[in-house]
Design a protein around this ligand. Structure first.
Ligand code: GLN
Length: 309
């Protein structure tokens, strides 16, 4: 067993024994039914090796981790014109803040807060029907994960569609400011469905390889090294909403969380990592997921801010 395998096994055992696990996201009723006593971790390396621990093959709702993939697609579609639609500064506010959107006149602060992701969905929708836009998103994720079995959990999508009144408020406000092109219902439909994609830690760690390895995976280019760097920068600054500073302070790598309890982490040049534990903290970030990544980056000396002293 090498150092990484030993550490991953140790982290999985430690997380299984934790009693403070955070709370599952019951504001989306279907997510409220998930058993909080689960934990998974998967690490893919530059040589193609993948090291897993705990419930690494259990599928969960990827929720806002999907925004990394829709950002990649929206940048591919309209390039730097995207920055006229959405900013790239940390929000310092909850992911579903309405007040910030109002004082910034409908232009979301960054692509990872909910309003920002609605702007991305609108860009991907442009010129397409919702079914085609969703098909493009799913096709891209299956491609980068190298797994055609990845699918949308329709129960979760329905659950969010029935209760997503705050997201509807954000989308309507953006439309009122002329910041959405497609009908609000189409934009919300695409957004709710891509958040409801179900994947395991192993599948997400595979899907994040292009971000860790300069836009390339399996010998092919997915996007330019410059764009991969920029997406990583946004993940570091904005990927955990108003918990992004704390995540950078403790973990020290670009990461994107989802309220399903997953976190996708990128260790540039070294690894793509996914951890999952359904209990979240007040900022909507996985409690044990962050702790596990903190152990991993410390143990491996993987912080982007410098090696362990
Ligand atoms: N679908 C969720 C929502 O809109 C995504 C939030 C998240 O994962 N942070 O509330």
């Amino acid at each position: 067993m090498d150092k990484l395998e030993g550490l991953v096994a140790e982290i999985a055992a430690e997380m299984a024994a934790q009693t403070e696990r955070g709370k599952v996201a019951s504001y989306i009723p279907q997510l409220g039914k998930v058993d909080p006593k689960q934990f998974g971790i998967a690490v893919t390396l530059a040589d193609g090796r993948i090291v897993c621990g705990g419930d690494a093959d259990t599928r969960f709702s990827i929720q806002s981790i999907s925004k990394v993939f829709t950002l990649t697609l929206a940048l591919g579609k309209i390039g730097d014109a995207l920055w006229r639609r959405v900013g790239r500064e940390p929000s310092g506010n909850p992911f579903n803040s309405i007040v910030q959107l109002e004082y910034e006149r409908g232009k979301p602060r960054n692509p990872f807060i909910n309003a920002g992701a609605l702007a991305l969905a609108d860009v991907i929708l442009s010129g397409h029907r919702p079914r085609e836009a969703l098909g493009d998103i799913l096709h891209f994720i299956r491609h980068v994960a190298d797994d055609d079995s990845i699918a949308i959990d329709q129960g979760v999508a329905r659950s969010e569609q029935e209760t997503g009144f705050r997201n509807a408020a954000l989308a309507n406000y953006m439309r009122a400011c002329d910041m959405l092109e497609s009908p609000v219902d189409f934009v919300l439909g695409v957004y709710f469905h891509h958040c409801a994609i179900a994947m395991s830690c192993r599948q997400l760690a595979m899907a994040g390889r292009y971000l860790a390895f300069s836009g390339r995976q399996d010998g092919r280019t997915v996007l330019s090294p410059e764009r991969a760097r920029r997406i990583n920068a946004l993940m570091l600054m904005c990927g955990h909403y108003d918990g992004s500073g704390e995540f950078a302070f403790r973990v020290g790598i670009p990461g994107k969380s989802g309220v399903g309890g997953g976190i996708l982490g990128v260790v540039p040049g070294r690894a793509s990592v996914c951890v999952w534990s359904p209990g979240i903290d007040e900022q909507g970030n996985s409690r044990l997921g962050r702790l596990a990544l903190e152990r991993l980056t410390q143990g491996m000396g993987w912080s982007v801010f410098g090696p362990q002293g």
